[in-house]
Design a binder for this molecule. Structure first.
Ligand code: PLP
Length: 360
């Protein structure tokens, strides 16, 4: 067996230790005589897995008690609708910052339910930077301000949060959750699909301030109402049991790695190896302004479509897979989430150096 270095933007690599534990527990979890996949979600064995998973997430992210943690389905894309359906019920207005395709999809969905306003955008330069905002830019009457914290496709990230005054900040953290510490108390809602940094696709994590629950629009489907899930411990219906179990294994792995402060150092070191090379290369060039660079998604180009295609194809043969950029940007993108080992990035850079010598 030869495992490749998988630079996929999502679904993406999981820690090998997590996969090994899952494999060892596949036929029998503990002494239950069954796989986690086969368990009743109402059983005490499964409830114990679920409770430990939530407790570990609360510990790792230092989630205050006045926040609810929900494990839902539907992906981050369903949150694009759930957020406005549940929150856009005071003034019926919400402000959005457009930093890429995901942010734009969230904005368009919100516009179906209320007065969504695009406050700022970086579309003018292919989303290669985070637009600066001031408190005065935001409507003080807005029910919330929405941002996409890490822009998976374009490789930008908020290193400083916008000042929204008293208006709750809502953030899509699908591609940066657990990559570094985050001050949960600065947000009204945080949400993330699991398939970038946590687990297989299927579970969506929502962290919501309790006072924001229970105000949904009348038209809100029962399944899209945060209250439905908070009142039922995320078990109103069958939760994505197995994905939640894998998330739990990932949380244990992060605790063993030393928590989010350590993950941050680890990720900064990994990203620096790649960015330092890009900044000194004669052939490859990063596409994002240095101050807004993501630790998780690193897009780069050679400047020639032909050479880009040749690089992607040779990289694949050498065991570096899924490194092609998003179809809307072209070039390459290396997604280096928590589970990507430092060695994977070092070897990629060695390979890039060799390619440069042969082609530049
Ligand atoms: C992947 C991604 C999404 C879409 O997630 P789904 O779970 O597929 O709906 C949304 N936002 C961001 C930032 C993403 O990276």
């Amino acid at each position: 067996m030869a495992r490749v270095y998988n630079f996929s933007a999502g679904p993406s690599m999981l820690p090998e230790e997590v996969l090994k534990t899952a494999a060892a527990e596949m036929l029998e979890y503990g002494e239950t005589g069954q796989s986690v996949m086969e368990m009743s979600h109402r059983s005490k064995e499964y409830q114990a897995i679920f409770d430990q998973t939530e407790a570990d997430l609360r510990e790792i992210m230092n989630i205050p008690d006045n926040y609810e943690v929900l494990f839902l389905q539907g992906g981050a894309s369903t949150q694009f609708a759930m957020v406005p359906l549940n929150l856009m019920t005071g003034s019926g207005k919400a402000d959005y910052i457009i930093t890429g395709q995901w942010a734009n999809k969230a904005y368009k969905e919100a516009a179906r339910y209320g007065k969504a306003r695009a406050v700022a955008s970086s579309a003018d330069k292919t989303y290669s930077y985070i637009p600066k905002t001031k408190r005065e830019d935001f409507d003080p009457e807005a029910d919330y301000v929405h941002i996409c914290m890490n822009n998976t496709i374009y490789g930008t990230k908020y290193h400083e949060l916008p000042d929204t005054g008293d208006v709750p900040l809502v953030a899509d953290i699908s591609s940066c959750i657990l990559s570094e510490p985050i001050d949960v108390s600065r947000f009204g809602v945080l949400y993330a699909g699991a398939q970038k940094n946590v687990a297989p696709a299927g579970v969506t994590i929502v962290i919501i301030r309790k006072d924001l629950i229970g105000k949904a629009m009348d038209i809100t489907p029962t399944m899209l109402n945060y209250a439905t899930h908070s009142e039922n411990g995320s078990m109103f219906n069958t939760p994505p049991c197995y994905a939640i179990y894998i998330a739990g294994l990932t949380f244990k792995w992060i605790k063993k790695m030393g928590g989010l402060e350590e993950m941050k150092k680890y990720n900064e070191n990994k990203a620096k190896i790649l960015y330092d090379f890009l900044d000194s290369s004669r052939l490859f060039k990063g596409t994002v302004v240095p101050e807004d660079r993501s630790l998780m998604n690193v897009p780069f180009v050679t400047g020639s479509d032909e050479l880009d295609a040749k690089f992607v194809s040779e990289a694949k043969k050498a065991g570096f897979v899924n490194i092609k950029g998003h179809r809307s940007v072209g070039g390459m993108r290396a997604s280096i989430y928590n589970a990507m080992p430092t060695e994977g990035v070092q070897k990629l850079v060695e390979f890039m150096k060799k390619f440069e010598e042969e082609n530049a």
